[in-house]
Design a protein around this ligand. Structure first.
Ligand SMILES: Cc1cc2nc3c(=O)[nH]c(=O)nc-3n(C[C@H](O)[C@H](O)[C@H](O)COP(=O)(O)OP(=O)(O)OC[C@H]3O[C@@H](n4cnc5c(N)ncnc54)[C@H](O)[C@@H]3O)c2cc1C
Length: 548
Protein backbone atom coordinates (compact mmCIF):
# COMPACT_ATOMS: atom_id res chain seq x y z
CA UNK A 1 0.00 0.00 0.00
CA UNK A 2 1.41 3.36 -1.04
CA UNK A 3 -0.26 6.42 0.47
CA UNK A 4 0.59 9.99 -0.44
CA UNK A 5 -0.43 12.83 1.85
CA UNK A 6 -0.46 16.44 0.69
CA UNK A 7 -0.06 18.94 3.54
CA UNK A 8 2.11 18.15 6.53
CA UNK A 9 0.42 19.91 9.42
CA UNK A 10 -2.76 19.22 11.42
CA UNK A 11 -4.84 16.82 9.33
CA UNK A 12 -2.02 15.50 7.14
CA UNK A 13 0.34 14.61 9.93
CA UNK A 14 -2.41 13.06 12.06
CA UNK A 15 -3.28 10.85 9.10
CA UNK A 16 0.35 9.91 8.48
CA UNK A 17 1.27 8.98 12.04
CA UNK A 18 -1.99 7.11 12.70
CA UNK A 19 -1.63 5.15 9.47
CA UNK A 20 1.88 4.13 10.45
CA UNK A 21 0.66 2.89 13.81
CA UNK A 22 -1.94 0.78 12.02
CA UNK A 23 0.15 -0.33 9.02
CA UNK A 24 3.81 -0.92 9.62
CA UNK A 25 4.30 -2.04 6.02
CA UNK A 26 2.61 0.89 4.24
CA UNK A 27 4.72 3.27 2.19
CA UNK A 28 3.75 6.75 3.39
CA UNK A 29 5.03 9.94 1.80
CA UNK A 30 4.06 13.38 3.06
CA UNK A 31 4.52 16.46 0.85
CA UNK A 32 4.65 19.89 2.42
CA UNK A 33 5.28 23.01 0.34
CA UNK A 34 6.66 24.98 3.28
CA UNK A 35 9.95 24.36 5.07
CA UNK A 36 8.25 23.07 8.24
CA UNK A 37 5.87 20.27 9.06
CA UNK A 38 3.72 19.69 12.08
CA UNK A 39 3.93 23.28 13.27
CA UNK A 40 1.60 24.89 15.76
CA UNK A 41 -0.53 27.27 13.63
CA UNK A 42 -2.57 28.13 16.70
CA UNK A 43 0.53 29.37 18.50
CA UNK A 44 1.63 31.77 15.75
CA UNK A 45 0.07 34.97 17.18
CA UNK A 46 1.64 34.22 20.57
CA UNK A 47 5.12 33.96 19.07
CA UNK A 48 4.70 37.47 17.69
CA UNK A 49 3.63 38.59 21.16
CA UNK A 50 6.62 36.78 22.71
CA UNK A 51 4.34 34.70 24.90
CA UNK A 52 5.93 31.77 23.05
CA UNK A 53 9.47 33.05 22.97
CA UNK A 54 11.25 30.54 20.78
CA UNK A 55 10.33 29.91 17.15
CA UNK A 56 11.55 26.37 17.83
CA UNK A 57 8.69 25.82 20.28
CA UNK A 58 6.24 26.10 17.37
CA UNK A 59 7.88 23.24 15.53
CA UNK A 60 6.46 20.11 17.06
CA UNK A 61 8.21 17.61 14.78
CA UNK A 62 10.81 17.57 12.04
CA UNK A 63 11.10 15.32 8.96
CA UNK A 64 13.95 13.58 10.78
CA UNK A 65 12.02 12.94 14.00
CA UNK A 66 9.03 11.71 12.00
CA UNK A 67 11.27 9.36 10.07
CA UNK A 68 12.94 8.05 13.20
CA UNK A 69 9.76 7.27 15.08
CA UNK A 70 7.22 6.63 12.34
CA UNK A 71 9.33 5.72 9.31
CA UNK A 72 7.60 8.47 7.36
CA UNK A 73 9.08 9.91 4.18
CA UNK A 74 8.42 13.61 4.81
CA UNK A 75 9.39 15.93 1.97
CA UNK A 76 9.35 19.63 2.80
CA UNK A 77 9.66 22.42 0.23
CA UNK A 78 7.73 20.06 -2.01
CA UNK A 79 4.58 21.33 -3.65
CA UNK A 80 2.16 18.95 -5.27
CA UNK A 81 1.07 20.77 -8.41
CA UNK A 82 -1.12 18.22 -10.16
CA UNK A 83 -3.14 15.09 -9.56
CA UNK A 84 -3.57 12.69 -12.45
CA UNK A 85 -6.45 10.56 -11.25
CA UNK A 86 -6.45 8.32 -14.32
CA UNK A 87 -2.87 7.12 -13.76
CA UNK A 88 -3.02 7.67 -9.95
CA UNK A 89 0.03 9.91 -9.91
CA UNK A 90 0.84 13.34 -8.55
CA UNK A 91 3.34 15.83 -9.88
CA UNK A 92 5.66 17.28 -7.26
CA UNK A 93 7.67 20.45 -7.62
CA UNK A 94 10.84 20.65 -5.52
CA UNK A 95 10.83 24.31 -4.54
CA UNK A 96 14.53 24.32 -3.66
CA UNK A 97 15.94 23.22 -7.01
CA UNK A 98 12.91 23.79 -9.24
CA UNK A 99 12.83 20.19 -10.41
CA UNK A 100 9.67 18.22 -10.95
CA UNK A 101 8.86 14.56 -10.62
CA UNK A 102 5.90 12.18 -10.47
CA UNK A 103 4.93 9.94 -7.61
CA UNK A 104 2.30 7.20 -7.85
CA UNK A 105 -0.27 6.34 -5.20
CA UNK A 106 -2.79 3.75 -4.18
CA UNK A 107 -4.51 6.26 -1.92
CA UNK A 108 -4.11 10.01 -1.80
CA UNK A 109 -5.00 12.24 1.16
CA UNK A 110 -5.42 15.99 0.71
CA UNK A 111 -5.01 18.12 3.83
CA UNK A 112 -4.06 21.34 2.13
CA UNK A 113 -5.75 23.61 4.65
CA UNK A 114 -7.17 27.09 4.18
CA UNK A 115 -5.53 30.24 2.89
CA UNK A 116 -6.21 33.87 3.81
CA UNK A 117 -9.07 35.42 1.90
CA UNK A 118 -8.06 38.43 -0.13
CA UNK A 119 -10.48 41.03 -1.47
CA UNK A 120 -9.98 43.69 -4.14
CA UNK A 121 -8.87 46.66 -2.02
CA UNK A 122 -6.39 49.03 -3.70
CA UNK A 123 -2.95 48.62 -2.11
CA UNK A 124 -3.83 45.40 -0.28
CA UNK A 125 -0.76 43.75 -1.80
CA UNK A 126 1.24 45.56 0.94
CA UNK A 127 -0.69 43.63 3.59
CA UNK A 128 0.87 40.66 5.33
CA UNK A 129 -1.05 37.56 6.34
CA UNK A 130 -0.70 35.07 9.17
CA UNK A 131 -0.92 31.49 8.01
CA UNK A 132 2.38 29.78 8.73
CA UNK A 133 5.61 30.04 10.69
CA UNK A 134 7.32 32.18 8.08
CA UNK A 135 4.47 34.71 8.22
CA UNK A 136 4.79 34.91 12.01
CA UNK A 137 8.56 35.30 11.81
CA UNK A 138 8.19 38.08 9.24
CA UNK A 139 5.71 40.06 11.35
CA UNK A 140 7.72 39.48 14.51
CA UNK A 141 10.92 40.73 12.85
CA UNK A 142 9.21 44.01 11.95
CA UNK A 143 8.24 44.47 15.59
CA UNK A 144 11.62 43.30 16.95
CA UNK A 145 13.52 45.65 14.65
CA UNK A 146 11.30 48.56 15.66
CA UNK A 147 10.29 49.08 12.03
CA UNK A 148 6.66 49.62 12.94
CA UNK A 149 4.84 51.73 15.50
CA UNK A 150 1.29 51.18 14.32
CA UNK A 151 -0.71 48.33 12.85
CA UNK A 152 -4.09 47.93 11.21
CA UNK A 153 -5.65 44.52 11.08
CA UNK A 154 -8.39 44.14 8.51
CA UNK A 155 -10.85 41.62 9.87
CA UNK A 156 -11.90 40.87 13.44
CA UNK A 157 -12.14 37.11 13.31
CA UNK A 158 -10.23 34.81 15.66
CA UNK A 159 -6.85 35.37 14.01
CA UNK A 160 -7.33 39.16 13.76
CA UNK A 161 -8.22 39.54 17.43
CA UNK A 162 -5.45 37.22 18.65
CA UNK A 163 -2.93 39.10 16.56
CA UNK A 164 -4.21 42.46 17.80
CA UNK A 165 -3.74 41.41 21.41
CA UNK A 166 -0.18 40.27 20.72
CA UNK A 167 0.82 43.37 18.77
CA UNK A 168 -0.60 45.54 21.52
CA UNK A 169 1.48 43.55 24.03
CA UNK A 170 4.51 44.52 22.00
CA UNK A 171 3.67 48.23 22.24
CA UNK A 172 2.31 48.60 18.69
CA UNK A 173 -0.66 50.96 18.38
CA UNK A 174 -3.21 48.59 16.88
CA UNK A 175 -6.53 49.18 15.14
CA UNK A 176 -8.91 46.45 14.05
CA UNK A 177 -11.06 47.32 11.06
CA UNK A 178 -14.19 45.22 10.79
CA UNK A 179 -16.86 45.39 8.11
CA UNK A 180 -19.57 44.12 10.44
CA UNK A 181 -20.92 45.85 13.53
CA UNK A 182 -19.02 43.75 16.04
CA UNK A 183 -15.78 41.86 16.36
CA UNK A 184 -15.80 38.06 16.21
CA UNK A 185 -18.97 37.97 14.13
CA UNK A 186 -19.24 34.24 14.85
CA UNK A 187 -20.81 35.33 18.16
CA UNK A 188 -24.08 37.14 18.80
CA UNK A 189 -23.33 40.84 19.40
CA UNK A 190 -24.45 41.10 23.03
CA UNK A 191 -22.29 38.10 23.95
CA UNK A 192 -19.11 39.57 22.51
CA UNK A 193 -19.58 43.10 23.87
CA UNK A 194 -17.51 42.42 27.04
CA UNK A 195 -14.60 41.40 24.79
CA UNK A 196 -14.96 44.62 22.80
CA UNK A 197 -14.76 46.60 26.02
CA UNK A 198 -11.66 44.69 27.12
CA UNK A 199 -9.87 45.30 23.82
CA UNK A 200 -10.66 49.02 23.95
CA UNK A 201 -9.62 49.23 27.62
CA UNK A 202 -6.28 47.75 26.64
CA UNK A 203 -5.69 50.34 23.97
CA UNK A 204 -6.88 48.59 20.81
CA UNK A 205 -8.99 50.75 18.56
CA UNK A 206 -12.03 49.19 16.98
CA UNK A 207 -13.27 50.56 13.68
CA UNK A 208 -16.57 48.70 13.33
CA UNK A 209 -19.09 48.77 10.48
CA UNK A 210 -16.09 50.07 8.56
CA UNK A 211 -14.94 49.29 5.06
CA UNK A 212 -11.37 49.73 3.92
CA UNK A 213 -11.15 51.91 0.85
CA UNK A 214 -7.42 51.78 0.28
CA UNK A 215 -4.19 50.62 1.83
CA UNK A 216 -1.68 53.46 1.52
CA UNK A 217 2.05 53.68 2.24
CA UNK A 218 1.74 54.04 6.00
CA UNK A 219 -1.99 54.44 6.53
CA UNK A 220 -5.27 52.89 5.68
CA UNK A 221 -8.23 54.91 4.43
CA UNK A 222 -11.75 53.89 5.36
CA UNK A 223 -14.77 54.55 3.16
CA UNK A 224 -16.16 56.92 5.80
CA UNK A 225 -13.06 59.07 5.36
CA UNK A 226 -11.17 58.05 8.46
CA UNK A 227 -7.43 57.56 8.10
CA UNK A 228 -5.77 54.96 10.30
CA UNK A 229 -2.09 54.79 11.11
CA UNK A 230 -0.78 51.55 9.71
CA UNK A 231 2.94 50.98 9.37
CA UNK A 232 1.91 47.33 9.26
CA UNK A 233 -1.26 46.08 7.59
CA UNK A 234 -2.42 42.52 8.13
CA UNK A 235 -5.22 41.00 6.07
CA UNK A 236 -7.21 38.74 8.37
CA UNK A 237 -10.42 38.90 6.36
CA UNK A 238 -11.14 35.23 6.85
CA UNK A 239 -9.98 32.14 5.03
CA UNK A 240 -10.98 30.09 2.02
CA UNK A 241 -10.29 26.44 1.34
CA UNK A 242 -6.90 25.94 -0.31
CA UNK A 243 -8.25 23.39 -2.77
CA UNK A 244 -6.84 24.37 -6.15
CA UNK A 245 -5.30 20.91 -6.55
CA UNK A 246 -8.69 19.29 -6.03
CA UNK A 247 -10.45 21.75 -8.34
CA UNK A 248 -7.89 21.21 -11.11
CA UNK A 249 -8.24 17.46 -10.67
CA UNK A 250 -12.01 17.71 -11.21
CA UNK A 251 -12.95 16.60 -7.69
CA UNK A 252 -16.40 17.76 -6.57
CA UNK A 253 -16.47 21.08 -4.74
CA UNK A 254 -19.57 21.88 -2.68
CA UNK A 255 -21.70 24.96 -2.20
CA UNK A 256 -20.06 25.71 1.15
CA UNK A 257 -16.79 26.15 -0.74
CA UNK A 258 -14.85 23.03 0.25
CA UNK A 259 -14.03 19.64 -1.15
CA UNK A 260 -17.05 17.35 -0.91
CA UNK A 261 -16.35 14.27 1.22
CA UNK A 262 -18.50 11.48 2.62
CA UNK A 263 -18.45 10.39 6.25
CA UNK A 264 -15.24 8.48 5.57
CA UNK A 265 -13.57 11.57 4.14
CA UNK A 266 -13.68 10.11 0.63
CA UNK A 267 -13.94 12.64 -2.18
CA UNK A 268 -15.82 12.11 -5.45
CA UNK A 269 -12.86 9.87 -6.39
CA UNK A 270 -12.81 6.74 -4.18
CA UNK A 271 -9.01 6.73 -4.05
CA UNK A 272 -8.70 10.35 -2.97
CA UNK A 273 -9.55 11.57 0.52
CA UNK A 274 -9.69 15.09 1.94
CA UNK A 275 -9.66 16.31 5.53
CA UNK A 276 -9.23 19.52 7.50
CA UNK A 277 -9.89 23.07 6.44
CA UNK A 278 -10.06 22.22 2.73
CA UNK A 279 -12.94 19.77 3.19
CA UNK A 280 -16.60 20.44 3.89
CA UNK A 281 -18.26 19.23 7.06
CA UNK A 282 -21.89 18.38 7.70
CA UNK A 283 -23.47 20.36 10.52
CA UNK A 284 -25.01 18.22 13.25
CA UNK A 285 -27.48 21.03 13.91
CA UNK A 286 -28.64 22.11 10.49
CA UNK A 287 -27.82 19.01 8.46
CA UNK A 288 -26.25 21.32 5.91
CA UNK A 289 -22.74 21.40 4.51
CA UNK A 290 -20.49 23.98 6.08
CA UNK A 291 -16.86 24.96 6.52
CA UNK A 292 -15.44 24.72 10.05
CA UNK A 293 -11.88 25.97 10.32
CA UNK A 294 -10.81 24.28 13.52
CA UNK A 295 -7.83 22.20 14.48
CA UNK A 296 -9.73 19.59 16.47
CA UNK A 297 -11.73 18.47 13.44
CA UNK A 298 -8.65 18.47 11.19
CA UNK A 299 -6.79 16.25 13.63
CA UNK A 300 -9.77 13.97 14.26
CA UNK A 301 -10.58 13.50 10.60
CA UNK A 302 -6.90 12.95 9.83
CA UNK A 303 -6.92 10.09 12.31
CA UNK A 304 -10.19 8.77 10.91
CA UNK A 305 -8.98 8.74 7.31
CA UNK A 306 -6.03 6.59 8.37
CA UNK A 307 -8.45 4.13 9.96
CA UNK A 308 -10.49 4.03 6.76
CA UNK A 309 -7.42 3.47 4.60
CA UNK A 310 -6.28 0.74 6.98
CA UNK A 311 -9.60 -1.02 6.36
CA UNK A 312 -11.49 -0.21 9.54
CA UNK A 313 -15.22 0.48 9.48
CA UNK A 314 -15.49 3.94 10.94
CA UNK A 315 -17.46 7.05 10.07
CA UNK A 316 -17.26 10.70 11.05
CA UNK A 317 -20.15 12.17 12.98
CA UNK A 318 -21.64 15.43 11.81
CA UNK A 319 -19.84 18.41 13.33
CA UNK A 320 -21.06 20.74 16.07
CA UNK A 321 -18.33 23.40 15.80
CA UNK A 322 -16.83 24.41 19.13
CA UNK A 323 -14.30 27.22 19.46
CA UNK A 324 -12.73 29.55 22.00
CA UNK A 325 -10.67 32.72 21.94
CA UNK A 326 -8.93 34.61 24.70
CA UNK A 327 -7.59 38.15 24.91
CA UNK A 328 -6.32 40.17 27.88
CA UNK A 329 -7.54 37.54 30.34
CA UNK A 330 -11.04 37.27 28.94
CA UNK A 331 -12.32 34.17 27.15
CA UNK A 332 -15.20 33.85 24.71
CA UNK A 333 -16.33 30.43 23.57
CA UNK A 334 -19.14 29.01 21.53
CA UNK A 335 -20.59 25.69 20.43
CA UNK A 336 -23.34 24.82 17.99
CA UNK A 337 -25.83 27.41 16.77
CA UNK A 338 -25.84 31.09 17.61
CA UNK A 339 -29.13 32.96 17.65
CA UNK A 340 -28.18 34.80 14.48
CA UNK A 341 -27.53 31.51 12.68
CA UNK A 342 -30.67 29.87 14.02
CA UNK A 343 -32.72 32.82 12.77
CA UNK A 344 -30.99 32.82 9.40
CA UNK A 345 -31.59 29.10 8.99
CA UNK A 346 -35.17 29.44 10.30
CA UNK A 347 -34.52 26.87 13.01
CA UNK A 348 -37.02 27.34 15.80
CA UNK A 349 -35.32 27.97 19.12
CA UNK A 350 -35.65 29.45 22.57
CA UNK A 351 -32.93 31.57 24.14
CA UNK A 352 -31.81 32.09 27.71
CA UNK A 353 -29.13 34.42 29.05
CA UNK A 354 -27.66 34.10 32.52
CA UNK A 355 -24.71 35.49 34.42
CA UNK A 356 -23.69 33.04 37.15
CA UNK A 357 -20.37 32.95 38.99
CA UNK A 358 -17.38 30.90 37.90
CA UNK A 359 -17.24 29.49 41.41
CA UNK A 360 -18.80 30.11 44.83
CA UNK A 361 -19.15 33.86 45.33
CA UNK A 362 -17.81 33.73 48.89
CA UNK A 363 -14.52 32.20 47.77
CA UNK A 364 -11.96 34.74 46.46
CA UNK A 365 -11.58 35.25 42.75
CA UNK A 366 -15.08 34.41 41.54
CA UNK A 367 -15.85 35.95 38.16
CA UNK A 368 -19.04 36.24 36.17
CA UNK A 369 -19.54 33.69 33.41
CA UNK A 370 -22.12 35.09 31.00
CA UNK A 371 -23.89 32.29 29.18
CA UNK A 372 -26.39 32.19 26.36
CA UNK A 373 -28.02 28.87 25.61
CA UNK A 374 -30.31 27.93 22.72
CA UNK A 375 -32.67 24.98 22.80
CA UNK A 376 -35.51 23.53 20.78
CA UNK A 377 -38.87 24.88 22.02
CA UNK A 378 -40.64 21.56 21.35
CA UNK A 379 -38.14 18.98 22.58
CA UNK A 380 -35.82 21.04 24.77
CA UNK A 381 -32.86 19.62 22.84
CA UNK A 382 -29.77 21.80 23.18
CA UNK A 383 -28.84 23.65 19.99
CA UNK A 384 -25.98 25.92 20.97
CA UNK A 385 -24.28 28.03 23.61
CA UNK A 386 -21.94 30.98 23.96
CA UNK A 387 -20.00 32.02 27.03
CA UNK A 388 -17.81 34.94 27.99
CA UNK A 389 -15.90 35.85 31.12
CA UNK A 390 -12.58 35.76 32.91
CA UNK A 391 -12.77 32.31 34.44
CA UNK A 392 -14.48 28.99 33.82
CA UNK A 393 -15.84 29.76 30.35
CA UNK A 394 -14.02 26.88 28.65
CA UNK A 395 -15.35 24.37 31.16
CA UNK A 396 -18.98 25.44 30.73
CA UNK A 397 -18.94 25.55 26.95
CA UNK A 398 -17.16 22.21 26.79
CA UNK A 399 -19.82 20.65 29.03
CA UNK A 400 -22.55 22.01 26.78
CA UNK A 401 -20.68 20.87 23.65
CA UNK A 402 -20.58 17.39 25.17
CA UNK A 403 -24.27 17.64 26.01
CA UNK A 404 -25.11 18.63 22.43
CA UNK A 405 -23.02 15.72 21.16
CA UNK A 406 -25.01 13.39 23.40
CA UNK A 407 -28.35 14.87 22.29
CA UNK A 408 -29.20 16.13 25.79
CA UNK A 409 -31.92 18.65 26.57
CA UNK A 410 -31.99 21.89 28.52
CA UNK A 411 -33.57 19.97 31.41
CA UNK A 412 -30.67 17.54 31.46
CA UNK A 413 -28.38 20.45 32.38
CA UNK A 414 -30.21 20.67 35.72
CA UNK A 415 -29.34 17.10 36.49
CA UNK A 416 -25.66 16.92 35.51
CA UNK A 417 -23.52 16.07 38.51
CA UNK A 418 -20.51 18.32 38.16
CA UNK A 419 -17.47 18.57 40.39
CA UNK A 420 -17.73 21.16 43.12
CA UNK A 421 -15.57 22.73 45.80
CA UNK A 422 -15.70 26.51 46.47
CA UNK A 423 -12.59 27.27 44.43
CA UNK A 424 -13.86 25.45 41.34
CA UNK A 425 -17.61 25.79 41.01
CA UNK A 426 -20.84 26.08 42.91
CA UNK A 427 -23.16 23.53 44.42
CA UNK A 428 -25.51 24.86 41.76
CA UNK A 429 -22.95 25.11 39.00
CA UNK A 430 -23.37 27.63 36.19
CA UNK A 431 -24.39 24.68 33.99
CA UNK A 432 -27.05 23.54 36.47
CA UNK A 433 -28.27 27.13 36.68
CA UNK A 434 -28.61 27.22 32.91
CA UNK A 435 -30.76 24.11 33.31
CA UNK A 436 -32.91 25.77 35.99
CA UNK A 437 -33.40 28.99 34.01
CA UNK A 438 -34.03 27.00 30.84
CA UNK A 439 -36.49 24.69 32.57
CA UNK A 440 -38.48 27.65 33.91
CA UNK A 441 -38.61 29.00 30.38
CA UNK A 442 -39.20 25.66 28.63
CA UNK A 443 -42.09 24.73 30.90
CA UNK A 444 -43.58 28.21 30.70
CA UNK A 445 -43.28 28.81 34.46
CA UNK A 446 -41.53 32.09 33.76
CA UNK A 447 -42.01 33.57 30.34
CA UNK A 448 -39.25 35.85 29.22
CA UNK A 449 -38.75 38.81 26.94
CA UNK A 450 -35.52 39.20 24.99
CA UNK A 451 -33.65 42.50 25.30
CA UNK A 452 -34.05 43.16 21.57
CA UNK A 453 -37.86 42.94 21.82
CA UNK A 454 -38.21 45.14 24.90
CA UNK A 455 -38.65 48.50 23.18
CA UNK A 456 -41.48 47.16 20.98
CA UNK A 457 -43.25 45.60 23.95
CA UNK A 458 -43.02 48.84 25.91
CA UNK A 459 -44.25 50.83 22.92
CA UNK A 460 -47.22 48.45 22.81
CA UNK A 461 -48.07 49.32 26.40
CA UNK A 462 -46.14 46.89 28.62
CA UNK A 463 -44.96 48.33 31.93
CA UNK A 464 -41.29 47.70 32.73
CA UNK A 465 -40.63 47.26 36.45
CA UNK A 466 -37.10 47.36 37.82
CA UNK A 467 -37.15 45.06 40.86
CA UNK A 468 -33.55 45.80 41.89
CA UNK A 469 -32.55 48.01 44.81
CA UNK A 470 -32.62 51.80 44.74
CA UNK A 471 -28.83 52.00 44.59
CA UNK A 472 -28.62 49.58 41.66
CA UNK A 473 -31.28 51.58 39.85
CA UNK A 474 -29.44 54.84 40.53
CA UNK A 475 -26.26 53.38 39.04
CA UNK A 476 -28.03 52.77 35.73
CA UNK A 477 -31.51 51.91 34.55
CA UNK A 478 -33.56 51.24 31.47
CA UNK A 479 -35.40 54.36 30.26
CA UNK A 480 -39.12 54.16 30.92
CA UNK A 481 -38.84 51.65 33.77
CA UNK A 482 -40.40 52.13 37.20
CA UNK A 483 -38.56 51.06 40.32
CA UNK A 484 -40.32 48.66 42.69
CA UNK A 485 -37.71 46.55 44.54
CA UNK A 486 -38.70 42.89 44.71
CA UNK A 487 -39.04 42.99 48.50
CA UNK A 488 -41.70 45.74 48.24
CA UNK A 489 -43.69 44.24 45.36
CA UNK A 490 -46.47 42.88 47.58
CA UNK A 491 -47.13 46.39 48.91
CA UNK A 492 -47.37 47.82 45.38
CA UNK A 493 -49.59 45.34 43.61
CA UNK A 494 -52.29 47.94 42.96
CA UNK A 495 -49.90 49.76 40.61
CA UNK A 496 -49.53 46.62 38.52
CA UNK A 497 -52.90 44.89 38.53
CA UNK A 498 -54.50 44.65 35.11
CA UNK A 499 -51.33 45.59 33.27
CA UNK A 500 -48.93 43.62 31.14
CA UNK A 501 -45.80 43.73 33.26
CA UNK A 502 -42.22 43.01 32.34
CA UNK A 503 -39.90 42.83 35.32
CA UNK A 504 -36.14 43.00 35.33
CA UNK A 505 -33.35 42.70 37.83
CA UNK A 506 -29.58 42.62 37.30
CA UNK A 507 -29.29 39.15 35.78
CA UNK A 508 -32.76 37.60 35.78
CA UNK A 509 -32.81 35.74 39.10
CA UNK A 510 -34.78 38.19 41.23
CA UNK A 511 -36.87 38.82 38.12
CA UNK A 512 -37.91 35.17 38.15
CA UNK A 513 -38.94 35.47 41.81
CA UNK A 514 -40.89 38.63 40.97
CA UNK A 515 -42.69 36.96 38.06
CA UNK A 516 -43.77 34.06 40.25
CA UNK A 517 -44.95 36.45 42.96
CA UNK A 518 -46.94 38.58 40.52
CA UNK A 519 -48.44 35.56 38.80
CA UNK A 520 -49.54 34.36 42.23
CA UNK A 521 -51.58 37.58 42.43
CA UNK A 522 -53.09 37.12 39.00
CA UNK A 523 -50.82 39.64 37.26
CA UNK A 524 -49.57 38.89 33.76
CA UNK A 525 -45.80 39.20 34.21
CA UNK A 526 -42.76 38.27 32.18
CA UNK A 527 -39.05 38.44 32.96
CA UNK A 528 -36.47 40.37 30.95
CA UNK A 529 -34.07 37.55 30.00
CA UNK A 530 -30.59 38.10 31.43
CA UNK A 531 -31.79 41.25 33.19
CA UNK A 532 -30.12 44.64 33.02
CA UNK A 533 -26.74 43.02 32.32
CA UNK A 534 -27.81 41.43 29.04
CA UNK A 535 -29.88 44.47 28.05
CA UNK A 536 -26.94 46.86 28.57
CA UNK A 537 -24.51 44.55 26.78
CA UNK A 538 -26.95 44.37 23.88
CA UNK A 539 -27.51 48.12 23.76
CA UNK A 540 -23.79 48.88 24.06
CA UNK A 541 -23.05 46.48 21.21
CA UNK A 542 -25.78 48.04 19.08
CA UNK A 543 -24.62 51.59 19.76
CA UNK A 544 -21.01 50.67 19.13
CA UNK A 545 -21.93 49.16 15.77
CA UNK A 546 -23.53 52.39 14.63
CA UNK A 547 -21.47 55.04 16.41
CA UNK A 548 -18.42 55.15 14.14
C1 LIG B 1 -2.82 31.94 13.14
C2 LIG B 1 -3.76 30.78 13.30
C3 LIG B 1 -4.28 30.50 14.54
C4 LIG B 1 -5.18 29.45 14.69
N1 LIG B 1 -5.68 29.19 15.95
C5 LIG B 1 -6.54 28.15 16.12
C6 LIG B 1 -7.01 27.83 17.41
O1 LIG B 1 -6.65 28.46 18.40
N2 LIG B 1 -7.88 26.79 17.52
C7 LIG B 1 -8.28 26.04 16.43
O2 LIG B 1 -9.05 25.10 16.58
N3 LIG B 1 -7.81 26.32 15.20
C8 LIG B 1 -6.96 27.35 15.02
N4 LIG B 1 -6.47 27.62 13.76
C9 LIG B 1 -6.95 26.81 12.62
C10 LIG B 1 -6.20 25.49 12.53
O3 LIG B 1 -4.84 25.75 12.52
C11 LIG B 1 -6.65 24.77 11.27
O4 LIG B 1 -8.03 24.47 11.40
C12 LIG B 1 -5.90 23.47 11.04
O5 LIG B 1 -4.52 23.67 11.02
C13 LIG B 1 -6.34 22.85 9.70
O6 LIG B 1 -5.58 21.72 9.43
P1 LIG B 1 -5.27 21.30 7.92
O7 LIG B 1 -4.46 20.08 7.98
O8 LIG B 1 -6.53 21.30 7.17
O9 LIG B 1 -4.43 22.52 7.33
P2 LIG B 1 -3.07 23.13 7.84
O10 LIG B 1 -2.78 22.74 9.21
O11 LIG B 1 -3.14 24.59 7.53
O12 LIG B 1 -2.00 22.46 6.89
C14 LIG B 1 -2.09 22.59 5.49
C15 LIG B 1 -0.69 22.51 4.93
O13 LIG B 1 -0.79 22.10 3.58
C16 LIG B 1 0.25 22.73 2.88
N5 LIG B 1 -0.09 22.70 1.43
C17 LIG B 1 -1.14 23.31 0.83
N6 LIG B 1 -1.14 23.03 -0.48
C18 LIG B 1 -0.09 22.24 -0.72
C19 LIG B 1 0.43 21.62 -1.88
N7 LIG B 1 -0.15 21.76 -3.07
N8 LIG B 1 1.54 20.86 -1.77
C20 LIG B 1 2.14 20.69 -0.56
N9 LIG B 1 1.71 21.26 0.56
C21 LIG B 1 0.60 22.01 0.50
C22 LIG B 1 0.29 24.12 3.47
O14 LIG B 1 1.55 24.71 3.24
C23 LIG B 1 0.03 23.84 4.93
O15 LIG B 1 1.22 23.77 5.67
C24 LIG B 1 -5.55 28.66 13.57
C25 LIG B 1 -5.01 28.93 12.32
C26 LIG B 1 -4.11 29.97 12.17
C27 LIG B 1 -3.54 30.25 10.81
Amino acid sequence: MKVLIVGGVAGGMSAATRLRRLKEDAEIIVFEQGPHVSYANCGLPYHIGEVIEQEQSLLLQTPESLHARFNLDVRVNSRVTKIDRATKQVTVSNLLDNTEYQESYDQLVLSTGAKPRMVPIPGLERALVLRDVQDAVEIKALVDNKQIKSAAIIGAGFIGVELAENLQHRGIKTTIVEFRGNILPQFDPEMIEPMQKVLIKNGIELALSAETEAVNESTLTLKDGRVIDADLVVAAIGVVADHKLAVDAGLEIGDAGGIVVDDQMRTSDPNVFAVGDAAQKVSALTGQDQMIWLANLANRHGRLVADVIAGETVAARPSIGTGIIGAFGMAAALTGLTEALAKRMEISHKVIHLHPGSHAGYYPGAETVSLKVLFDPETGKLLGAQGIGRDGVDKRIDVIATAIYAGLTIDDLMNLELSYAPAFGSAKDAINQAGYVGNNNFTGKTESVQFGDLADKMAAGALLVDVRSESENAAGHIPGSVLIPVDTLRQNLDQLTGKEVIVHCAVGQRGHTAVQLLKGHGINAKNLDGGYTTWSQGMDAKNRATSN
